[in-house]
Design a protein around this ligand. Structure first.
Ligand SMILES: [Zn+2]
Length: 307
C-alpha cells in the first residue's frame, strides 16, 4: 500500500510517495507561486503528475495545507501564507486538475497524523502533537481518529489563550500561547529583555533578529539572559501542556518543529514543569519528534492511506 503525500506551505510545495511503513521515495518540490490561488493549484497538480510519472502508479493523494479548512475540508477558509486562498473552493479546484482521489487536511493535523502512524505517537490512544515553528500548531488524535471539532477548527492549541492581558496574536486573539512560544514573536521579546537587563549578554551580539537557533546556541554557551529566557519558555510550555492535559488526559504528547533540534535542552525542563503544574498524578509521555521536515508529507500520505 502506498499513497502520495503533498505538503503545501507558504514557501514550498513538497511531495513524495510514502509506503505503509513510512518509507519515502520519489520526493520532489516546487516553489509556492505568489501570483494567484489557481496558480498554486496548478503547481500542486504538476507536482502530483511528476511524482505519478516517476512512480508509474496511480495512487491516492493526501494534501496537507497551511491554513484553516471548513468542516468537510473542501473549502479553505483562511490561509495567510498562500495568495488567493481565502474562502477558496480548494477541493473543487484540485479535482478539476487531478484525477486521483484526494484527501485534504490542515498541515498541523497532518504532522500529528504522521507522528501517530509512523512516529513517536504510534500506539497512542489519546495523542497530542504540538509543532513549535513560526507559529504554534497542533493536532489531536483520539481513539485512532483525527479530532477536528464541530466546525473543523478543533485542535488549534496555538490559539488557546493563557493571558487575558497578553499580546495581540496574528489570529486576532489576545494572549495566545503562540505569542509566547512562536518563533515569529521571539526577536521582539529578546530585544525587550536585553533592554531591561543590567548585565552583559551575548544575545546583543547578533546583528540579525534573534531566532531560536541563536537563543539555544547562547543557552549552551552559558549566557545568563539566554538561559533566563529559555527557562521561562520551557516553564510556559510545561504549564500549558499540563493545562491542556487537564481537559483531555493524554497518554502521549509529542513536541515537534524546528525548536526540537534542541530537544536535549527541552525535554527535562518541560517534564519538570508539566509535573509541577499537573494537579493530578499523570503518566503522560512527553517525547520529541524524530522527524525533521517530512512529517507533513508522511501525515498527508498516511491520511490518504487510512481513509
Ligand atoms: Zn492566536
Amino acid at each position: 500500500m502506498k499513497a502520495i503525500g503533498i505538503d503545501v506551505g507558504g514557501q514550498t510545495i513538497k511531495g513524495a510517495v510514502v509506503d505503509e511503513n513510512g518509507k519515502i521515495s520519489h520526493e520532489s518540490r516546487v516553489v509556492t507561486p505568489k501570483t494567484s490561488g489557481i496558480d498554486v493549484i496548478t503547481a500542486i497538480a504538476d507536482l502530483v503528475k511528476e511524482i505519478q510519472n516517476k512512480s508509474e502508479e496511480k495512487l491516492p493523494i493526501g494534501i496537507a495545507v497551511a491554513g484553516m479548512l471548513n468542516k468537510d475540508s473542501r473549502v479553505m477558509l483562511t490561509a495567510p501564507q498562500i495568495v488567493g486562498w481565502k474562502n477558496f473552493p480548494l477541493a473543487d479546484e484540485l479535482e478539476k486538475q487531478i484525477e486521483s482521489k484526494i484527501f485534504i487536511l490542515n498541515d498541523a493535523n497532518a504532522a500529528a497524523f504522521g507522528e501517530f502512524i509512523f512516529g513517536q505517537g504510534k500506539g497512542s490512544e489519546k495523542f497530542l502533537s504540538i509543532t513549535l515553528g513560526t507559529g504554534v500548531g497542533g493536532g489531536i488524535i483520539l481513539d485512532d481518529k483525527l479530532f477536528t471539532g464541530a466546525f473543523g477548527s478543533g485542535g488549534e492549541v496555538g490559539h488557546v489563550s493563557i493571558d487575558l492581558n497578553g499580546k495581540k496574536c496574528n489570529c486576532g486573539g489576545v494572549g495566545c500561547v503562540e505569542t509566547y512560544l512562536g518563533a515569529a514573536y521571539l526577536a521582539q521579546e529578546v530585544e525587550e529583555e536585553i533592554a531591561n537587563y543590567d548585565g552583559k549578554t551575548t544575545l546583543s551580539n547578533f546583528t540579525e533578529p534573534v531566532n531560536y537557533h541563536h537563543l539555544t546556541q547562547e543557552v549552551r554557551n552559558g549566557d545568563e539572559l539566554a538561559n533566563k529566557i529559555w527557562n521561562k519558555k520551557m516553564k510556559i510550555l510545561g504549564h500549558f501542556l499540563a493545562s491542556v492535559n487537564n481537559l483531555i488526559d493524554l497518554d502521549t504528547i509529542v513536541l515537534a518543529g524546528g525548536i526540537t533540534q534542541s530537544k536535549d535542552l527541552m525535554l527535562e525542563p518541560v517534564k519538570i514543569n508539566f509535573d509541577k503544574y499537573s494537579p493530578f498524578i499523570r503518566q503522560t509521555n512527553i517525547l520529541a519528534t524524530n522527524f525533521s521536515n517530512e512529517a507533513g508529507i508522511l501525515g498527508a500520505a498516511a491520511f490518504a492511506l487510512k481513509n
